[in-house]
Design a protein around this ligand. Structure first.
Ligand code: SF4
Ligand code: SF4
Length: 192
């Protein structure tokens, strides 16, 4: 099986969240009528960390979408077989029609990336823009990122590219199908 995935370059991500906005627009997540009260669902989030005191500060940002796990805990937890891993692409998808709304997958996901539509009674999440990538297009997040912090492709090729460019993969953060590149030392501390 060819596993598709994303590579997130923590040198390039500036934490602007454009990817989140574009993803919400593309996947129709902006209808607050259907959202959990007080929340708009999201398929990816950005976690930012800042260290030091001005003017000697450093910041790093990481984008967290579904990791399209090799043996997906959400899939194992689903009692109705609504979650499947595609044999061609490795993309993990939720079939809304088969979802009975028991939320077992939300409890099982270690990455906390599954959303629940209370009005419709179904779970939903990032599908790596399956409908786009089948036609050779990029997932929306990778397409809109103005700093090119998100690269889409075959997982093994993404890792090869990182190694060829002398970049270090953060292995602890990259056990599944999203590869995180560690910030290079020059970018870990911003000088005045
Ligand atoms: S991945 Fe790109 S679009 Fe998303 S927060 Fe980082 S810089 Fe912005
Ligand atoms: S929803 Fe969570 S458990 Fe399921 S594939 Fe994505 S990251 Fe893994």
């Amino acid at each position: 099986m060819k596993q598709l995935g994303l590579m997130i370059d923590m040198d390039l991500c500036i934490g602007c969240k454009t990817c989140i906005v574009a993803c919400r627009n593309y996947h129709g997540l902006v209808d607050i009528e259907k959202a959990v009260p007080g929340e708009i669902p999201f398929y990816l989030r950005v976690e930012s960390r800042r260290e030091g005191t001005y003017p000697m500060i450093s910041a790093s940002h990481r984008v967290i979408p579904c990791q399209h796990c090799k043996t997906a805990p959400c899939m194992k937890a689903c009692p109705t077989g609504a979650i499947t891993k595609d044999g061609q692409t490795g993309i993990v998808q939720i079939d809304r029609e088969k979802c009975t709304g028991e939320k077992k997958c939300l409890e099982a996901c270690p990455w906390d990336v599954i959303q629940f539509d209370e009005a419709g009674g179904f779970a939903h999440k990032c599908d790596l823009c399956h409908d786009r990538v089948l036609f050779g297009e990029l997932p929306v997040c990778a397409e809109v990122c103005m700093t090119n912090a998100i690269t889409f492709g075959e997982l093994e090729l993404l890792k090869q590219k990182a190694r060829a460019e002398g970049r270090e993969i953060d292995r602890k953060m990259s056990p599944m199908s999203v590869v995180y590149l560690k910030p290079t030392p020059k970018n870990t501390l911003a000088s005045p």
